[in-house]
Design a binder for this molecule. Sequence first.
Ligand SMILES: [Zn+2]
Length: 313
Amino acid sequence: MNRICPVRYWLSAATAALLLTSAQAKADVCNDSEGVVLQVLGSGGPIADDARASYAYLVWIIGKSRVMIDAGGGAFLRFGEAAAEFSELDVIAISHFHTDHSADLVTLLKTGFFSARQRPLAVNGPDAGGPFPSLDDYLDSNIGRGNAYGYLSGYLDGTGGLVKLLPTTIDPSRRDSVQVFASEDGVIELTATGVPHGIVPAIAYRVTVGDYDIVFASDQNGNDDEFVAFAREADVLVMHMVVAEDAAGAMRALHAPPSRIGEIAARANAGKLVLSHFMSRSLQSLDQNIELVRENYRGEIIPAADLLCVAID
Ligand SMILES: [Zn+2]
């Protein structure tokens, strides 16, 4: 059952109180489940014209916010609105180092300083490629001693009252499925594969919790059939509908058109398809693009919204 929680963006003094009520309602719906719930933290892209946070997701497991996929700009705010807890996170997995997927990682680390967390935190991300850094280089350039936010360098060595990060770097050229994280209690397994996203090293993740699987496709052009195998039989497949059907050139090299998204979901036999990564320009043609997806995929299609919850059952 999918539960869509409305978000109010235009605040007056009178509606501010309503927003608090609304945010609490969302949190209650997402985290009071006895099962597995996917929550969209950010459903927007890199353009600030749509009142959406950039891309980020949580996976709630029996009421705990245990897995976070990506941390685009605005994820910090939505993380708090969702009543997520930094101390509950087992792993944060970054798909690639475009700002709309990663820029709020450091702000989340800072909020973690104020949490009760004492155990290390696993962090996953791609290896370097082109102008993009490896996960280790990204962390060092942000929070390495003497660098931009070096006052958080304790995350690299577990000093200064900060918990140690446990980075796992993933080779984006790999097209097989590789396990990149398993929780100590055996509840969560995270596997990964590289996906084609122009020159950008990019990783798709599959979160397995018992019998349930959620696949996060990341940004990708959909041209590599290996991803279909990676996503096979996912209960929920999350894909990004960024470009129109007639996209060409650089945009097509980065992103899959709607018909291709539908084809991938159908061939993977995904249970539900969550479409995300919207901006004003793509929202204008959302309905017609969903119809193009539907021509190839007969399952349930769910357009993402910030703070939306999708129960996995
Ligand atoms: Zn991207």
